[in-house]
Design a protein around this ligand. Sequence first.
Ligand code: PRP
Ligand code: URA
Length: 210
Amino acid sequence: MRVHVADHPLVTHKLTVLRDRTTSSPTFRALTSELVTLLAYEATRSVRTVPVVIDTPVARTEGVAIADPKPIVVPILRAGLGMLEGMTTLLPSAEVGFLGMVRDEETLEPAVYAERLPADLHDRQCFVIDPMLATGGSLIAAIEYLFDRGAVDVTAVCLLAAPEGLEAVERATAGREVTVVLGALDERLNERGYIVPGLGDAGDRLYGTV
Ligand code: PRP
Ligand code: URA
């Protein structure tokens, strides 16, 4: 598994405001979008392209276009939805699939409650977006879902991760083509499975249900 942790003052600055408990939901949503766009730049570094020839007003030249089949972006509902616009701003031709998952706050086990994905993901580059990688249970389940449908290449974009969860994803996906792009790798998980220092419950903060 490849892991890339953003090392950029703008990412750290925006994460600092995001973490602050006094930040309002509208600001939280705006910052999430901005952060995703910064992380998507790194996450899409290996997006497949094909050469194309175009005419500028001055000369004929070679460039690239995003290859077919187009990549697919999969937000994990609910919190991942807050990252969708930032991701599709950078990858407007991507298809979007949805996975609804909720973590049982007692057992910390994820459960799938909704799914709208193409049945066949053979040869598709998949980008999973979810702000929080805590125990890793939700991301592992999402990646397994995509591999079961034929995906061969999954990149996850998360704002924050706990080391315990990142290690769990690495163990569960050994031998697979998986990349994780993070805004920051935090200290640890607490006894309730929350990322420390973290930012609290991302879904609640995005959608004002605190
Ligand atoms: C949060 C988060 C991840 C998951 C991370 O979602 O957005 O999907 O928890 O935890 P894990 O790594 O321990 O599985 P949650 O289940 O709270 O649902 P929500 O997005 O609807 O708030
Ligand atoms: N889900 C969240 O939204 N936050 C955490 O810290 C852990 C799981």
